[in-house]
Design a binder for this molecule. Sequence first.
Ligand code: NAP
Length: 285
Amino acid sequence: MVEMRGKAVSDGIKARIGERLEEVKAALGRKPKLTIIRVGDNEADGAYARSALKKVTDFGMEAELCSLPGDSRISEFEKLLKAKSDDKNVDGILVLRPLPEGFEERAKLLLDPEKDLDGMTYINQARVFCGESEGFAPCTAAAVIRLLEHYGVELEGKHAVIAGRSNVVGKPLSMLLLEKNATVILCHSKTPEEILDRELSEADIICLAVGKAGFLSSQRVKESAVIVDAGINSLEGGGLTGDADYEALKGRCAMISPVPGGLGAVTTAVLCESLFEAARRRTGL
Ligand code: NAP
């Protein structure tokens, strides 16, 4: 069984950015810069923001965190979005989710699509839907494809099952897999248990984005299955786990990504790659 670890993928992305970073920095007259916008103090957001800030710096670029209190007025959020969208010294923006009610709808319209590295705007959603490669897909969805490709998993003609249909993971991932000529089944909380079981037991590729520890057990999959786990769940007493019962599945499937150590590192590396790409496009190089 192959354990699909994210570090190797992340290192490869860092090396590719490194090949052209000096050239892009010279054209910009500075390092590519990311702004992370966070509203409130959700702990999961905080952990993601810290790892993104660290990774961007480690990849030789710059990042700042702009935090608003959880009870901020929507007008303050809009003002920040517009200021960063217009700021010539900012190349990419990551708006952390979840946001207070109504905020994401405003960001979908107000964020500059060319700086929208996490595929939040309607323009980038449409580009992903239409299979246009210049759009920025949500980093987690794009990271699933990068992880699978890095480990040489053939996608064309494969039966891929996604559990979870959020706008940030499941839905865009279904489009990206479709673009790679997989046959995609998208399951959600209203999928009847017997259909879910049947699809999971027949799947060549399983992508988990549910947010429930132990959602996938070894009884549910075939031995040749490849499993990518995007789930991040806190364990009582500390630590994180994915949606798959990793210990039970280890050795009972062909490949699986661990949590932690799997997709998370790829997601932040894809964010860096999109930042570099947004900056490069601004230089015209
Ligand atoms: P979300 O918005 O809460 O969506 C969860 C999805 O799971 C929903 O579509 C829901 O269906 C579905 N679901 C719930 N119970 C189900 C069941 N029994 N069977 C099948 N589907 C079921 O979550 P999200 O933002 O997509 O995140 C999902 C997980 O990925 C979370 O653990 C999150 O922390 C993690 N995540 C990871 C990254 C990363 O970089 N690795 C990034 C983002 C999120 P309905 O639509 O019917 O409610």
